[in-house]
Design a protein around this ligand. Structure first.
Ligand SMILES: Cc1cc2nc3c(=O)[nH]c(=O)nc-3n(C[C@H](O)[C@H](O)[C@H](O)COP(=O)(O)OP(=O)(O)OC[C@H]3O[C@@H](n4cnc5c(N)ncnc54)[C@H](O)[C@@H]3O)c2cc1C
Length: 416
């Protein structure tokens, strides 16, 4: 087969790249190892439940998403802007910590830390809202935990709120992730909603794929090797092309092109349960503020988008950050159930386990010490452009941005 541009990987970066190339008048063909598009953003349907492959949320303020996605057809359902903190014997609500910082933390911290954390939150929020994203990405780069400590948030506020909240976002309970990511994410939470598409997160890549010709997407087509304009597909087929865009996860990219540095990744496990009646009726994220047990955060996605569960049932999603390894799944399921029982009592006995997903390469680690090249043309001489979330921010926004930049780099290289 002879084609123009080959894109390896049909996750969000690959799809965004194909779309932008199309807009630039360049024909691209996608080769995807999996049986459908979307990569890390996928939704399994099981007995009327929608199970996203790992708990994920879409932040409506993502600037690249605003450019490339049509929000109305996604039928986005928003979370309540706040969180419930599960303590040893209570659940404390914090309201809208990013959009109404003056109202946040009152139940959580008062009277032990009456005003100081609220005031700090207000200052941080105002600063981030008015700082452009480019400036955030070029700003100071410490670990998130050091930044929070430097901002003098109380230890109690960090332990009960920031650690489970940001730990769940970065899949990093130690909060070693770059403070640039911390500022990026907080800015996004401040400016928009956290939401789920009514038909599941996979609706996002489906929408992108809908702009492409069907024949431009080859599924079950794992690229096993690439050498100077020639792809080797599993099964023996070879494809000759003018340019290659490598839009696979970091470790897979390094496997195909050794010149690509393999960034470290974080792992996560998500457990899903069917419940007859969610004990929490609000569409809200819940955080483990106890510092104990396997659960980091949990929520009932069907309270956010009722389409996530069949009539008369609720869906519970539990996120575990501690990596016990694939072999320990049974033990993990037992300890998660025990912790849920300690919070919700015997009703948990009736909650049926549906699925456990362990995702090894869930998010790039994005440590402050990592030096990432922002240039998209470094391998242009070999006809290769590399993209993926790990080149920008480990997020839906980062993947979409990276795909678009890769397409523009291909177009530029062809003019040179
Ligand atoms: C559990 C979890 C929670 C997350 N939570 C959020 C969140 O709340 N908000 C947010 O914004 N982001 C979140 N993310 C991150 C977001 O999903 C990713 O940043 C984004 O989807 C990455 O897209 P990508 O295209 O860069 O990579 P991928 O989606 O990994 O796409 C790479 C594609 O390449 C394919 N591939 C690999 N090797 C080959 C090969 N040899 N040949 C052909 N194809 C190949 C893969 O099958 C895959 O389809 C989360 C991710 C996970 C896993």
């Amino acid at each position: 087969m002879k084609i123009d541009v080959a894109i390896v990987g049909a996750g969000l970066a690959g799809l965004a790249c194909a779309r932008r190339l199309g807009q630039l008048g360049i024909e691209a063909t996608l080769f995807e190892a999996g049986d459908r598009v979307g990569g890390r953003v996928r939704t399994d349907e099981s007995d009327g439940f929608l199970l996203d492959r790992g708990f994920q949320v879409f932040l409506t303020a993502y600037p690249e998403a605003r450019r490339v996605l049509a929000y109305d057809p996604l039928d986005l359902k928003a979370f309540y802007p706040g969180a419930l903190i599960q303590t040893e014997n209570d659940r404390l609500r914090i309201s809208d910590p990013w959009r109404k910082p003056g109202e946040a933390f009152s139940e959580l911290l008062s009277p032990v830390v009456p005003l100081s954390d609220k005031a700090r939150m207000g200052i941080l929020r105002r600063k981030l809202a008015s700082t452009p994203l480019d400036a955030i990405m070029a700003g100071a780069d410490l670990s998130t935990i050091r930044t929070l400590q430097g901002l003098t948030f109380s230890e109690r506020c960090i332990r009960r709120f920031f650690r489970p909240f940001l730990g769940g976002v970065f899949l990093d309970p130690a909060l070693q992730t770059s403070s640039r990511m911390f500022e990026f994410v907080l800015k996004m939470f401040a400016l928009g909603d956290a939401a789920l598409p009514a038909k599941g997160m996979e609706e996002i890549p489906r929408q992108l794929a809908g702009h492409l010709k069907r024949e431009a997407i080859h599924l079950d087509a794992r690229v096993e090797g690439l050498d100077r304009g020639r792809l080797r597909i599993a099964g023996g087929e070879t494809v000759d092309c003018t340019n290659v865009v490598l839009a696979v996860e970091g470790p897979a990219a390094a496997g195909l092109v050794p010149a690509v540095p393999a960034p470290p990744y974080r792992c996560v496990t998500t457990l899903y349960y069917s419940c007859d009646h969610a004990p929490e009726r609000d569409p809200i994220l819940m955080l483990n503020g106890t510092d104990r047990g396997p659960i980091n955060n949990f929520c009932f996605p069907s309270r956010v988008a009722p389409t996530y569960a069949p009539a008369g049932r609720d869906l519970l999603s539990v996120t575990v950050l501690l990596d016990t390894g694939g072999a320990q799944v049974k033990k993990l399921q037992e300890s998660v159930r025990a912790q849920l029982t300690s919070w919700f009592g015997n009703r948990v006995d009736g909650w049926e386990h549906l699925q456990t997903d362990r995702i090894e390469h869930a998010l790039p680690a994005q440590m402050p010490t990592e030096r990432r090249s922002t240039a998209y043309n470094t391998l242009a001489k070999q006809g290769i452009v590399v993209c993926g979330d790990y080149r920008e921010t480990g997020s839906i926004n980062g993947a979409l941005t990276s795909g678009r930049k890769a397409a523009e780099a291909v177009a530029l290289a062809r003019k040179a």
